[in-house]
Design a binder for this molecule. Structure first.
Ligand code: SF4
Ligand code: SF4
Length: 386
């Protein structure tokens, strides 16, 4: 390790844990699995064993990765343990012990380190979402001097289900006369999955690359449609790189709320009942709750109803923390449980400002044959543009 881990204190945090169990009720993994070893408290005991130098069984190591990094345990822990930092540092120790190759995580690491994205595809595939757009590639890709750089993110760029989100975002930005571009094929994964694997040094290298690419264009702001990219750029890049990064970082929900307030976006009515899913990395882990809701409330005819668990207690959709890579069935069960809460509201539309949440929840809705449309916030806004 040449780059220090962004967090520390695993030994101290595991000692502080009072084993009170307050974190159990809100942990989506524990709720789905029901075993102590699948709970935050059980994970603390496994992490403590790591601290004491005990060799972990493959099953115990897997438990440390079967966590979406949703952050709910950190929200409720009465001893104020930074559980997310604890899980990340524990994973770092496991990665240092070559655990990724003993778990089904080596391929994700190799994709990220060799191709700089989660799927392992060539860099030019990051432009496939642009094919049906009328906007000129020279405007969209690496245009020097553009004020805002739209950081597309792996899911919107490389998954067919995500392409509509990137297209909706740039259509809105164009209609609002925003001076924007993207990094085009020079964009790398934001590094969040590397951090989640326990590879902060590799995540720091990614941060350096992406920041240099934005600086080369003289971009003044970065906007993302992905909450994890947003959290990385705004909160983790400065920690990884040792100081302020010198560009404003916004999530699309914040930018859209600003464009609406400035009168640069106007809506026609879009009648219906909508419920809103807080992505963990936008809400609980970044503190952005109001701006995306304000965007929905600005659309005439749209009635916003909240799910039983919302804002800082929102349930995770299962899409975070690389859970899909290590246990896709468990990730699907978390999405199903969140979908049940959405259906209970009576809404016919479920909106989330996250390409990964949209993908997991839309997949669950199809699998469960639920009559509930799942859209990203940008897709909803583009449908309501006057
Ligand atoms: S709430 Fe905090 S102190 Fe209590 S068991 Fe969970 S991690 Fe430990
Ligand atoms: S971060 Fe979320 S999934 Fe992970 S242990 Fe905490 S509550 Fe459970």
């Amino acid at each position: 390790m040449t780059t220090p881990a962004p967090f520390g204190g695993l030994a101290q945090e595991t000692r502080i844990c009072a084993h009170c169990g307050y974190c159990l009720a809100g942990c989506p993994i524990y709720q789905a699995v029901g075993w102590e070893s699948a709970s935050p408290r059980g994970r603390m005991a496994i992490a403590a064993a790591l601290v004491h130098g005990n060799a972990l069984s493959a099953e115990a190591a897997q438990r440390l990765y079967e966590c979406t990094l949703c952050g709910h345990c950190r929200t409720v822990c009465p001893t104020r343990i930074d559980t997310l930092a604890t899980w990340l540092e524990a994973r770092q120790r496991l990665a240092d012990q070559s655990a990724l190759d003993r778990l089904p995580l080596g391929r994700l690491r190799d994709n990220l380190c060799a191709a700089h994205n989660i799927t392992g595809e060539p860099a030019e595939n990051r432009l496939l979402w642009q094919e049906e757009l009328s906007l000129a590639p020279a405007l969209l890709n690496a245009r020097p001097g553009a004020q805002v750089v739209y950081f597309v993110g792996c899911v919107a760029a490389l998954y067919g289900q995500g392409h509509a989100i990137a297209r909706a975002a740039v259509e809105i930005f164009h209609r609002a006369d925003l001076d924007f571009t993207t990094l085009g094929s020079a964009e790398w994964c934001c590094g969040f999955p590397l951090l989640g694997l326990g590879l902060p040094e590799e995540a720091a290298a990614v941060a350096r690359h992406n920041l240099a690419a934005v600086r080369a264009l003289a971009g003044q702001a970065v906007v993302t449609t992905c909450p994890s990219c947003f959290h990385m750029w705004r909160d983790v890049y400065p920690a990884l790189l040792g100081g302020p990064i010198g560009v404003e970082v916004m999530h699309a929900g914040e930018l859209l709320a600003r464009l609406i307030a400035e009168g640069r976006i106007a809506f026609r009515p879009l009648p219906g009942r909508v419920t809103y899913h807080d992505p963990c990395d936008l809400g609980r882990n970044s503190g952005v709750y109001d701006a995306p809701r304000a965007v929905l409330q600005a659309i005439p005819g749209l009635e916003l109803v909240e799910m039983a668990d919302h804002r800082k207690h929102a349930r995770c959709c299962g899409g975070g923390g690389n859970l899909e890579a290590i246990n896709p069935d468990l990730a699907g069960e978390l999405a199903r449980q969140r979908l049940v809460q959405a259906v209970e509201t009576g809404a016919t539309l479920l909106v989330t400002p996250c390409q990964q949440c949209k993908r997991t929840l839309a997949t669950a809705a199809r699998r469960e044959r639920v009559r509930l449309r799942v859209l990203d916030l940008t897709e909803t806004v583009v449908q309501a543009l006057a």
